[in-house]
Structures are given as C-alpha cells and as structure tokens.
Design a protein around this ligand. Sequence first.
Ligand code: PEP
Ligand code: MN
Length: 378
Amino acid sequence: MIIILKPEIDPSGTEIRNILDYLKQFPDIKSQISGIRGTSRVVTEIYLIGPTHDVPQEIIERMPGVERVVRVSSKYRQIGRHGGQLRGIGFEYNGIEFNQNAFHMFFGLCAVDTKEHVETIFRHLNAYGIKTARMGAYKPRTSPYDFQGHGRGCLNWLFELAGKYEIKVIAMEVLRPEHIEEIVEALKETGHPTGIMLQIGTRNAQNFELLKAVGSQTDFPVLYKRGMGLTIEESLNACEYIASEGNRNIVFCLRGVKSMMGLPHRNLIDFGQVPVIKRLTRLSVCVDPTHSVGSKDIAPDGIYDIFHAASQGVIAGANMLLVEFHPRPEKALCDGPQALTMKDMEHFIEDMRLVRNCYLERKALGERRLFQDLGPNA
Ligand code: PEP
Ligand code: MN
C-alpha cells in the first residue's frame, strides 16, 4: 500500500506523524517515507510493507494531508506504476535531472586505461556541452586472464580529470559492495569534483546482495542493466531489490539479450521495450546500443549499426544513452572493436538530436490525439 501525500505536506510535519501514529496499531507493517520528484513537484509517499490487507484504506484516505491511497500488487511494488496509478519517479543528482521525459548521453571508455585517453574523451564531451560520461574502473570479464580494470588505483585522477572538464555524472560499474566504499573514499580525497551513478552490469543483474548494497545507500543513483538472459519481469523484480532497500533513484537500462536470433549482433536488441518499461515502472529508461550491437559494422546507408540501434531506443522515448567511445580503439584494453571514435562523436550527437526531436514530435502528436479521443473534458 502506498499513501500519497498532498504536495505541500512537510515530510517532518504533524500530518505524517499522525499517520505513523495511527499505523502503530499494525505492528507487522513497516513504513518507509520517500520524496518522489515528479516533473513539476516533489511528492511525499509512505510505503507500507507487510500484511496491509487489514489496514483500512478509507480511514487513511480521510486523514489530513493525504491525497490518495493506492493498493499495489505484490509485483515490483515500489518501482511499478500499478496500472498508471502512480507517477514517474524523477530525481536530481549533482545538478542533472533524471525522469521519464529527460534525455542524456553518457559517452566514454568501456575500461579506463590511460590518463591521456580519459582526458581526450572528457575534453570532447566538454566541447559538446555534455556533462555525463561512462568510465569503467572495475570490469567483469568473461576470461580471468583479461584486463580486469585499474580499480581503486585510477579513481582519484579520473575524478580530478572529470572535475577539470565539468563532468557531473559518471556511470561506473561496481562488482561488489567494497567498490562503493572505494568510490566514496576517492571522491572525498579529491573534494567531490564529480558524481557517480553506480552501474549494475548484466552479469550481476540477479546478484541480490550487490543489489541490496546499492539499494541501501542513497549517496549515488543506480543504473541497473537488464540481465542478458532474464525476462523483463525477472529483471524488474531484481531491480525492485534496490528500491525496497530505500534507494529509488534508479535508471533501468536495456542492453540486448543473449540469443542467436540477434546474430550478427552480439545480442538481440530489445529497445522496442522502452515504452513497456516506462508503462510498467516509474523509472527512466536507458539504452546501451554498444553492447547490443557489439561491432562497428556500417549499413549501406552510411550509418553504423550502433547508430541505428541507438535511434530505435531514442525514437521510442529512451531517457539515457550509454555508449562506448575510445580515442584509439586498437589500443583499448576491453571492447575496442565496438568503440566509436572521437571522429564519430559529432555525427552521433547530431543523429541522436534528430531522432530525439522526432520522438518529441511523436509524443506531442500522441498527446493531441489522446486529448481529441477523450474530448475537451478530459
Ligand atoms: C558495460 O557497460 O561496461 C558492460 C560491461 O555492460 P553489460 O553489463 O551490459 O555487459
Ligand atoms: Mn564494454
């Protein structure tokens, strides 16, 4: 059950205290209070966890400060929209807004290698006015003999360089809870020159202890990547582990699923599911065309398959793109063959702006048509 409070209600005010007092008569029910940032306002919600069937909805609905009470199904109850009853969850992190209407491009290295390569990427991003990046320091590799990432050793100089080029958020995968502590330590040592979005990679999509670890902290938002062999339902349930621990600042990322049906691409591209995730959940949606396609093949129209795949996600309303770039892909220590180069960056940005504008026009058309169908009193 979710109690949605009126927008003006102070999260530490008497109304909430009264509701919590009333709920004390249900000792098996745990309540969590959270501020949900919508597109135009912040709404406070109280989540009731436990056997809520005995809690009388009508009484709570009549209590001062309560706007609505929603009984949610047991499925991904915190991230779910529950048939459109709940608004999207937006959040602001380090000056950047994430919600189901936003659009951000996160470009960068699969694996951080040299200072020179990192600086080249950041310099280009800065020149294009982009404040978001991706940088892998901890790499989950198929073979134990492959490069595993520089780890803690690169964090201080990486963060300092990010600060120098005004990068506000870096998506960075973590493989175990200690990596979060290392990131906290490095940010502290360098004076917080940038922010981090903790990435849960596809290989850890059901690593429940790691999901709980990123969920039980609220310093950093989380980029959750769909499991490469998981259904949407399984991945959303896994993602719910993060929210149920208290952190709802989550972006859900589609990155393709493992299937021979996707050949010659590395994965079967699942970006048609962007609107599905937006409808089923309150989360913003990212697409990762790099790991979906996995090569730099070019179509007869002169456009890379990676660009085409990214477009499929963006035209369907994706809120974030995660794309690998490398100044010298032949020197990359991980995923070189699929990395776009600095030369490709401007073309890619221009292409994505075209597609994003097209999506915004499609959205406006959809809203106009819906309004017409519903009539002027809608
Ligand atoms: C990555 O984004 O660096 C990565 C390893 O992706 P995935 O977990 O989707 O394979
Ligand atoms: Mn990679």
